[in-house]
Design a protein around this ligand. Structure first.
Ligand SMILES: *Cc1c(COP(=O)(O)O)cnc(C)c1O
Length: 381
């Protein structure tokens, strides 16, 4: 990464274990009982892990299919030397068609209107149609198979249509109603796929990380639409949902650490930070850390999260500031200026994962890692 001053083991830094990433990919792939290809999803800077580095490691390992969210991410990968297929999962305005063609990027078509706009450019962009089977976000409405068939055939002649995909909305939940809904999505998608089977489209896919291990492995109902799994969150060692059990050897890839800048005593009735939201009811010792919400450390963890140092948990006290935060180290007498502190990862026998942090925040691990800002320098091992 380009940077003037290296902050490794200094202010706020993340370490990404690319070997663990590749291991996660392999373990996930081996856990699939069906012979399926894997497209690795590296949108949003590879879920905060660094897209060029992650994609390069996967490409070196033989991965040749990548998915991103937008054209900027796609071009970044090409500039990083990624030669495999790159699919943009979201909308790109038709006036970017020349960029898509120039970099040999596959664009998702989100609607008939979008297809028309892309075709009107006269540029033969490679495309895949999103098919909406219940997410109601993007795609042709699978409830009208005839219209889907007509639209796909029409644009097959005008654009280079190379695939169809759909996306599940409750594949990470094993409640009966959710399992049934996913089954219905599968059926709807299959009906559209079957209606254009003679086109022999190369890329037919529907499973995200969760669906791959929780649904694809369970039955034969996927036959014909199970050629590719789009692997996102589990590649990074996190769970689609906190309740999920994923293969044990799959581990988080990213560790986030920071430093202690100072340690001080707090007398009874003294408060800490903006808004004076924490008040000492007895003598306490606090440590100030060199990470704040501008680094992507969620301010919602004020007075409720914890960090790890010297193998122990230190609760966050007071509000998280832009560049700093404060933790209670009364029970960690060895805490000193310059100490290394774990925000995400293992420290001694203690671990805090992005999934654990997400639980405290009422969100998902995806958001925790995506939000680690650019100010946090990434280092690769
Ligand atoms: C992000 C995304 C994925 C990956 O989902 P995970 O839950 O991270 O595996 C797959 N497909 C689409 C369309 C996506 O947007």
């Amino acid at each position: 990464m380009e940077s003037r001053v290296c902050q490794r083991e200094r202010r706020s830094w993340a370490t990404i274990d690319l070997n663990q990433l590749v291991r996660n990919y392999e373990i996930y792939k081996r856990s699939l009982k069906v012979d399926t290809k894997v497209m690795t999803v590296i949108k949003a800077n590879a879920y905060g892990h660094g897209d060029s580095e992650v994609a390069a490691a996967l490409q070196k390992h033989g991965v040749s299919m990548f998915a991103v969210s937008n054209v900027d991410e796609a071009v970044t990968l090409r500039q990083a030397g990624i030669t495999g297929e790159i699919l943009i999962l979201g909308y790109t305005a038709a006036d970017m068609a020349d960029v898509l063609l120039e970099h040999n990027i596959i664009q998702t078509i989100v609607s008939e209107e979008h297809a028309a706009a892309l075709a009107a450019t006269g540029i033969p962009v490679r495309c895949q149609f999103a098919i909406d089977t219940g997410m109601n976000r993007i795609g042709l409405d699978a409830d009208n198979v005839d219209a889907c068939e007509r639209i796909i055939r029409t644009y097959q002649e005008k654009l280079q249509i190379c695939g169809l995909f759909t996306h599940f909305c409750v594949a990470d939940t094993d409640q009966e109603a959710c399992v049934r809904f996913t089954g219905e999505q599968v059926q709807k998608f299959r009906a559209v796929v079957d209606s254009v089977a003679d086109l022999n489209l190369s890329y037919i896919h529907c499973c995200n990380s969760a669906a791959g291990i929780f649904h694809l492995n369970k039955g034969v109902e996927f036959k014909g639409i199970d050629r590719i799994v789009r692997l996102g969150i589990i590649l990074y060692g996190l769970k689609p949902d906190y309740s999920n059990t994923i293969p044990e050897e799959i581990k988080p890839v990213l560790t986030w650490e920071t430093s202690v800048s100072m340690v001080k005593e707090l007398n009874v009735d003294e408060t800490v930070g903006y808004g004076r939201t924490y008040k000492a009811t007895e003598k306490r010792k606090i440590a100030t850390l060199t990470t704040g919400y501008a680094d992507g450390y969620n301010r919602g963890l004020s007075n409720c999260g914890y960090v790890l140092l010297h193998g122990k948990r230190a609760p966050i006290v007071g509000r998280i500031c832009m560049d700093q935060m404060t933790v209670d180290v009364t029970d960690i007498p060895e805490a000193r200026m310059g100490d290394r502190v774990t925000l995400l990862g293992r420290n001694g026998n203690e671990i805090i994962s992005a999934d654990d942090m997400a639980q405290l925040l009422g969100t998902i691990g995806y958001e925790v890692v995506c939000c680690i800002s650019n100010r946090v320098q990434r280092f690769y091992i």
